[in-house]
Design a protein around this ligand. Structure first.
Ligand code: GRF
Length: 198
């Protein structure tokens, strides 16, 4: 089963996927940023790594069309947004409906969007975390596949909280991909159920 992973930066979630020995192959890594460190990580693993730079396209739709063309060359069963920092058009999301997932650094539906750790600290929440979900046209609102919660400590900073959440991201994203590869994710009335091991 082929997976294509989209990144924009460091690629620590990509690294977690590569280390997880999943029943799937990362067929390509695509970034919208040429300086994404995750591209070098992919190349070090012998994985095709390419850049589709959004600034090279005149519109969001043109960028998404180029991105889809690059993705489809690898005929993925699953596309994983792993630290991918672009909002995708409804047309793109519709093309990959049911096989496009994202890792978001908050307990959705709380703290959709950016700067989740700073906002969690400002809100004074005692529990924070991360979510893997199917991507739908509405940003950060798709059916939830997996979540992990972490405590927010008195002396937490954005950096210490982000690190605690990131460690959990590296656990639940591979788990979600494994369940998908095993064909165990079922969406009923907009909610995800993980079927028993076949
Ligand atoms: C992660 O916190 C992810 O949840 C967010 O981007 C951050 C960077 O991820 N979307 P990575 O280290 O590039 O995988």
């Amino acid at each position: 089963m082929n997976i294509v992973v989209l990144i924009s930066g460091r690629g620590s979630n990509l690294a977690a996927l590569l280390e997880a020995k999943l029943p799937a192959t990362v067929a390509a890594v695509i970034s919208n940023k040429a300086d994404a460190a995750g591209l070098a990580l992919a190349r070090a693993h012998g994985i095709p790594a390419l850049v589709v730079a959004h600034r090279d396209y005149g519109s969001r739709a043109a960028f998404d069309a180029a991105l889809a063309a690059a993705i489809d060359r690898h005929a993925p069963a699953l596309v994983v947004l792993a630290g991918f920092m672009r909002i995708l058009t409804p047309g793109f999301v519709g093309r990959y409906a049911g096989r496009l997932i994202n890792i978001h650094p908050s307990l959705l539906p709380s703290f959709t969007g950016l700067d989740t750790h700073r906002r969690a600290l400002e809100a004074g929440v005692k529990i924070h975390g991360c979510t893997v979900h199917f991507v739908t046209p509405e940003l950060d609102h798709g059916p939830i596949i997996a979540q992990a919660a972490v405590p927010v400590l008195e002396d937490d900073t954005e950096v210490t909280l982000a690190a605690r959440v990131l460690a959990e991201e590296h656990r639940i994203l591979p788990q979600a991909v494994r369940w998908f590869a095993q064909g165990r994710l079922v969406i009923v009335d907009g909610r995800v159920r993980v079927a028993d091991e076949l």
